[in-house]
Design a binder for this molecule. Structure first.
Ligand code: PEP
Ligand code: MN
Length: 366
């Protein structure tokens, strides 16, 4: 389902031809010196928006929770001395009021706040009718509905300049990422709201410096509109998120080494080549859907048989055999175990739904 919003582009975004739109700055504003020194260097690397957390949402108590209001004038100095716009996180009505009074240009809604509709609505009411851009991070849990709901609440308050920030999702399992990217979620967000800009926050996805380059490149290859990266003048001494922050110089290097590809192909018959390959893909997809439908019709017959014999839909042994066999067959054809598992889990779930419908019908189902 597509979502219709009233959106406007941010003036500072420009068009992503050679360089992405860049938001950068420290995780937290720690001291006036740190804020200004980091800002002066970042401005030299073409950063358009300077980010710094004033109030920090920390998972555990007794961590550094930000300097609070004393840090607001430091951001005003950043704007005056470098010309960059400034952005900070607002999690409640007080943050909104204090940030706006201090002349902050952009607010962002953090991942923990996006997950809470009451908090998002409080912010929406506080900014209602104002002309202030708002960046909205994905919720901490992989729930696209909550993300879209937050975007809709802010848009309904009359805010047209909205950018979604993809910062990854928390999981219980340990992975190499601090927050699993689940790229399929921002891709689906783009499909549902094509006119909404999305930028990627590799810092909070990776949680460590050595992965930033790869994730940033992937975001560019998925046609994200920009990057939101934490940078600190002395990352090892940072009071929060020290492992993922990089110096402004390292940020400059990272950005310069990105390959920015075009989202469309023009000229030289390249489009014809792509078109003919896409015709083939469309043809295969059509056959896939027909085959899947035929497969479900067989499942339905099996369902009828099971119903007549009064046996359960799920037979664990058969399901285990299917999984083992299809994973083996897939890997012989170069298809990864993970891929085959995802496909067969989905097919099996649909098949159970079809059989369930047979079991529940009173002989009316054809
Ligand atoms: C941040 O950007 O510093 C931050 C707290 O991010 P998130 O809400 O994504 O955890
Ligand atoms: Mn951070």
């Amino acid at each position: 389902m597509k979502v219709k919003l009233k959106l406007e582009k941010l003036d500072c975004m420009g068009s992503k031809k050679e360089r992405p739109f860049l938001v950068s700055g420290p995780c937290s504003a720690e001291s006036e010196k740190q804020v200004i020194e980091t800002a002066v260097e970042l401005a030299g690397h073409g950063v358009q928006v300077y980010r710094a957390g004033i109030w920090k949402p920390r998972t555990r108590p007794d961590s550094f929770e930000g300097r609070g209001t004393v840090a607001l004038p430091w951001l005003r100095r950043v704007k005056e001395e470098t010309g960059m716009l400034t952005a900070t996180e607002a999690a409640n009505i007080l943050h909104v009021k204090m940030a706006l009074d201090a002349g902050i240009d952009i607010l962002w809604i953090g991942a923990r706040t996006t997950a809470n509709p009451f908090a998002v609505q409080e912010i929406a009411d506080a900014v209602s009718g104002l002309d202030i851009p708002i960046f909205i991070k994905n919720p901490i849990n992989p729930d696209i509905g909550l993300w879209i709901g937050a975007i809709e609440r802010i848009n309904k308050a009359g805010i047209k300049k909205i950018i979604a920030i993809h910062r990854g999702f928390s999981t219980f399992q340990e992975t190499k990422f601090r927050n699993t990217p689940h790229w399929e979620i921002p891709i689906e967000l783009k499909r549902r709201i094509p006119e909404l800009p999305i930028i990627n926050d590799p810092s909070h996805i990776c949680g460590r410096r050595d992965l930033l380059q790869d994730v940033s490149q992937k975001a560019m290859d998925l046609d994200f509109d920009g990057l939101f990266i934490e940078s600190h003048i002395d990352p090892d001494k940072a009071l929060s998120d020290s492992n993922q922050q990089i110096t402004p110089e390292a940020l400059g290097k990272l950005i310069n080494s990105l390959i920015i590809r075009k989202p469309e192909i023009n000229g030289n018959g390249l489009n014809d080549i792509l078109e003919s390959l896409r015709v083939k893909i469309d043809m295969f997809d059509k056959s896939l859907i027909e085959i899947l439908q035929d497969r479900m019709e067989i499942s339905k017959k099996i369902g009828r048989f099971k119903k007549s014999k009064n046996v359960t839909i799920l037979q664990n042994k058969r399901w285990s055999e299917i999984v083992d066999d299809r994973v083996k067959a897939g890997s012989a054809k170069g298809l990864s175990q993970n891929f085959i598992m995802k496909i067969y889990t989905a097919i099996h779930e649909e098949s159970i739904n079809w059989q369930n419908a047979v079991m529940r019908s009173n002989g009316k189902l054809k």
